[in-house]
Design a protein around this ligand. Structure first.
Ligand code: CMP
Length: 480
């Protein structure tokens, strides 16, 4: 592919040179005739025939000089490459061409136009200088930036660089007098003006340097780090384009959310192929993991599950509740199944110290068992609160309103953080139906409590029939 193009170039060059030489030779041979023709045609011209002829001669000389310089350029730099393997950058070659051509052109100019003082023409023409300066501002900026890039040689053709505001990454293909040509890994060509490149930070990964890459992966927490590191290092060091001069480094980067996070750092033979090599490294890690029984980590979470109060009864964790209820005096005669039924119907509530569980005068259709903590029973005596009882774990309250349908007889307040189990009307009715004796024992307790509620004078007047009254009231209320 390269060779035919190179041969074509030479053929083209030789043909152009032959044509230019022939044209020049013919012009020089027929100069007297051309002059006579011009003088005859022009009459009294502003430009003399000689001047026109010299301009045309300068044109031919210019073409010949250019061809000569190109030939010299190829010869000179070709020889340098052949002898010392020095591949001169395009910019240096261009500068060489421009300088030699300018010298040859100026020599030809002074030879053909001996009367024109070139030095004076340039130095006195301030306007020319300003115009030239302004017009060539960017070009000259790029040109000098290009020269400084060549002098510094921060990178060369073949190096991978990342440059520009857009952070273009690719392989340097050419550094010309105007721009750096970079071929990206998507095979696009990006031209970065030399003056821009000189201002921007450039990340260079030199071609003849051992450049490293880092690839990330992770494992489950149950996989041994020592084994993981060994397996991955051996898998990666054998992959294509991974340099055997330095052993890959595998290390733990983080104890991550999902698993142990690792990185493998490896060095490349040809850095320009790092995308493919990264992919190959990941592939090798996958296969090595498979063989060694190691596992990549998926997103994981450690959950702390807390049950809602009361939910445990419905969720079948009512053991503690059933145990509590069976320790309550009045429920002692109940069978295991009945206690379990009661436990399943119970709802657990929690109260802060000082909170009111029951307010005197409110309607009520449930009773409570103190599961944890303590409560006090208070009544209002001439406007002042009077504590009639303190109830502890395993005691119950709220039975009076539940069993008689009357309003609550007292306030009940938590003395400390207290958990209570609330049992409703329906659950109690089922219990009474199978345990009629329970009604009797309850009526005794309620009667005693009623006495405790009453003031001394009322207590003295209490009739002995009150227990029987309570008993019949309960039976009536529950329809038993
Ligand atoms: P109830 O009337 O439904 O609401 C207030 C509760 O306080 C009451 O039921 C009883 O359970 C309880 N109670 C009232 N008096 C006493 C007492 N003397 N001793 C213990 N508990 C009482």
């Amino acid at each position: 592919m390269t060779r035919p193009r190179f041969t074509n170039k030479i053929v083209l060059f030789l043909a152009a040179s032959a044509a230019a030489l022939l044209a020049s030779y013919l012009f020089w041979s027929f100069t007297p005739e051309v002059r006579t023709l011009l003088e005859h045609r022009m009459g009294n011209p502003a430009l003399s025939a000689n001047t026109i002829i010299n301009i045309i001669k300068l044109f031919f000389v210019g073409i010949l000089a250019y061809l000569f310089v190109r030939a010299l350029n190829s010869l000179f730099f070709g020889l340098a490459f052949w002898l010392k393997r020095i591949d001169a950058p395009t910019l240096i070659r261009n500068i060489f061409t421009i300088v030699v051509f300018t010298i040859l052109f100026l020599i030809a100019f002074t030879f053909l136009f001996p009367d024109v003082n070139l030095g004076a023409l340039f130095t006195t023409s301030a306007i020319f200088g300003v115009i030239l300066g302004l017009a060539l501002q960017d070009t000259l900026g790029n040109f000098f930036a290009g020269i400084s890039l060549q002098a510094d040689r921060p990178f060369q053709v073949g190096d991978v660089i990342t440059v520009g505001a857009q952070r273009h990454t690719g392989v340097v293909e050419e550094i010309s007098w105007r721009a750096i040509k970079v071929r990206t890994f998507q095979n696009h060509v990006v031209l970065i003006a030399n003056s821009n490149a000189a201002r921007e930070p450039i990340e260079v990964c030199p071609r003849d340097n051992l450049n490293a890459r880092i690839v990330f992966f992770n494992t489950l927490y149950t996989d041994s780090p020592a084994k993981t590191i060994h397996v991955v290092r051996e898998a990666v060091r054998e992959a294509d384009n991974v340099s055997d001069k330095v052993t890959p480094i595998v290390r733990i980067r983080d104890l991550g959310e999902n698993g142990v996070d690792y990185e493998v750092k490896y060095w490349l033979v040809d850095y320009a192929k790092y995308n493919d090599t990264d992919a190959l490294v990941r592939q090798r890690i996958w296969y090595a993991f498979r063989r060694a029984g190691l596992n990549f980590a998926y997103p994981t979470r450690t959950l702390l599950i807390e049950r809602r109060p009361g939910a445990e009864l419905r969720d079948g964790d009512g053991g503690a509740i059933a145990e509590r209820l069976s320790a309550v005096d009045i429920f002692a005669p109940l069978s295991g199944d009945e206690t379990t039924m009661l436990a399943q119907a119970a709802v657990r509530h929690i109260f802060a110290p000082g909170e009111t569980v029951i307010r005197a005068g409110d309607p009520g259709s449930s009773m409570f068992v103190v599961h944890k903590g303590r409560v006090k029973v208070q009544v209002s005596d001439n406007g002042r609160p009077r504590t009639v009882a303190t109830l502890n774990e395993g005691d119950f309250f709220g039975e009076m309103a539940l069993f008689t349908g009357e309003p609550r007889t007292a306030n009940v307040l938590a003395l400390e953080e207290t958990e209570v189990l609330e049992i409703g009307h329906d659950a109690m009715k089922r219990v009474f139906e199978t345990n009629p004796d329970l009604v009797e024992s309850l009526s005794h307790i309620m009667s005693d409590r009623r006495q405790g509620l009453a003031s001394q004078s009322e207590a003295d007047a209490e009739s002995p029939d009150s227990k029987a009254g309570i008993l019949s009231a309960i039976k009536r209320f529950f329809g038993i």
